[in-house]
Design a protein. Structure first.
Length: 139
């Protein structure tokens, strides 16, 4: 089972547009649970099993059955070498956030290698890469 947690890209995007991007991506990979932080108060619908929480720690507390996997450019392991856990909660930041500081020792972390050596991408873009990697490795 896979769940996704991400941060709203306030300032770059508005929730109505952003949720459409997430919804298309998650439907493609048959993911039915998305947590977004913080609460936007602007979300008009909940088609993708969306829950909003005040912060990431709230989501981690309710995800005890899942291996927590942070996706960050400082991740401990390259995505190409990563073995995806059966039950995973993938954590994606936003373009201007530093989620890596929230990682606990027991959490896993991966990085997406890019030619620039310092990738800068929206959470939904990084999520697409991770879900595709997971899909290909499960085949």
């Amino acid at each position: 089972m896979v769940r996704i947690v991400a941060m709203w890209e306030h300032g770059w995007n508005v929730p109505i547009i952003e949720i459409n991007q997430w919804e298309m991506l998650l439907r493609s990979f048959k993911i039915n649970k998305l947590f977004m932080c913080p609460v936007s108060g602007l979300l008009p619908y909940r088609n993708v099993g969306l829950e909003e929480h005040n912060d990431l720690y709230d989501v981690i507390k309710i995800s005890k059955k899942f291996d927590i996997v942070f996706v960050d450019e400082r991740g401990d392991m390259r995505l190409s070498e990563f073995k995806h856990p059966k039950n995973a909660l993938y954590v994606f930041g936003k373009g201007s956030s530093d989620i890596y500081n929230m990682k606990k020792r027991s959490h896993k972390s991966v990085r997406i290698e890019t030619p620039s050596k310092k990738p800068l991408m929206f959470g939904s873009e990084a999520c697409a890469i991770v879900l595709y990697d997971r899909f290909m490795k499960e085949r």
